[in-house]
Design a protein around this ligand. Structure first.
Ligand code: ADP
Length: 333
């Protein structure tokens, strides 16, 4: 029987939603960021004002959307969710901003992908809670100022370097999310298994934690695949089930997936270890440069397999070793 991909997508989304922590204390890891947010939110609530605008930066799956929701819950504020790609005209943004209620939290995911014309409207909105709406066309066009309800903008981006400075400067606080340590990922997994009613062995949890690219979203997804495996094979969710399920889904022993390995393989074998430029690399693996830069590279850099140099990406000695290859350039020197 074929599964309906749309339904499967919904199930994945529902699963993600169900596992989202609802308070800062339930949110695992990111201790520094949690402390910073706690202070900012508490001070705002003591003074009964809307908290400053907050930018959340970091690779996908580390908890940016979850934190935006927590910021709303903790302050008992309504939450509006939007995204950069959904805001292609200033008018799209004007519609959202003008309908906000006082104190509302506006979450804009992938804020670096918003249209330029909307960005300029956002500057004024963030600073003065006001926008100028253009009425009419050509010589008769006039701008009409419109006051907005005070709101807190929570922007999320996988590429904070892509944000224009005037936008970045208007956030009162930027949180940089880091990849999670294994122990933190184990806590994420124990919690998820409990919520799923899944009995899973301790070593199995530890194994998944070590193979999820430091990312809670991937940890939860792998947990689900291990659960599937145990269900279908009628066994326990144990270490053997983890090994089998992760092998089936092409996750290697240190958590690299197919695309990670393809990128490393191209740098190592086709370009002799680099340097290789981002665009060349993207074309070689058939992905968008943005995907390589914001999804694939951060983890490869973090585990010390890849370095970024002005001339391009370069593989490290650790990468040559992991893939069992010898560096021809090292042999020459
Ligand atoms: P992002 O917006 O950064 O892509 P999300 O906030 O959507 O990431 O998080 C992805 C998934 O990982 C969610 O299901 C969420 O429950 C889980 N998750 C993320 N961070 C944490 C955390 N610190 N503690 C527990 N679960 C987390």
């Amino acid at each position: 029987e074929l599964t309906n991909p749309a339904l499967e997508g919904d199930a994945e989304l529902a699963f993600e939603g169900a596992l989202r922590p609802k308070s800062l204390t339930e949110f695992v890891g990111q201790q520094k960021v949690r402390g910073q947010l706690q202070l900012l939110l508490t001070a705002a609530s003591m003074q009964q004002r809307t908290p400053d605008h907050i930018l959340l930066a970091g690779p996908p799956g580390l908890g940016k959307t979850t934190l935006a929701m927590i910021i709303a819950y903790e302050g008992n504020r309504p939450l509006r969710m939007s995204s950069g790609p959904a805001i292609q005209h200033a008018g799209d943004l004007a519609a959202v901003l003008s309908s906000l209620v006082p104190g509302e939290v506006l979450f804009i995911d992938e804020i670096h992908r918003m249209a330029r014309s909307a960005e300029e409207m956002l500057y004024l909105a963030m600073e003065d809670f006001r926008i100028d709406i253009m009425v009419g066309k050509g010589a008769g066009a006039t701008s009409v100022p419109l006051d907005l309800a005070p709101f807190t903008l929570v922007g999320a981006t996988t590429r904070s370097g892509m944000l224009p400075n005037p936008l970045r400067d208007r956030f009162g606080f930027t949180a940089h999310l880091e990849f999670y340590a294994d122990g933190e990922l184990e806590l994420v997994l124990v919690r998820a298994a409990r919520l799923l009613g899944l009995a899973i062995e301790r070593e199995a949890i530890a194994e998944i934690a070590g193979r999820c690219r430091g990312t809670p979203r991937i940890a939860n997804r792998l947990l689900r695949r291990v659960r599937d495996y145990a269900l279908v094979h009628g066994g326990d969710a144990d270490l053997a089930a983890v090994h089998a399920a992760l092998e089936l889904y092409d996750v290697d022993e240190i958590g690299l997936d197919r695309l990670d390995r393809e990128v490393m393989n191209i740098v190592l074998t086709r370009f002799g270890g680099g340097p290789v430029g981002l665009n060349t690399l993207a074309v070689s693996v058939g992905e968008e440069p943005e995907t390589i830069e914001s999804v694939v590279e951060p983890f490869l850099v973090r585990i010390g397999f890849l370095t970024r140099t002005p001339r391009g990406r370069v593989a490290t000695a650790a990468a040559w070793r992991h893939f069992g290859l010898s560096n021809p350039q090292a042999a020459l020197t």
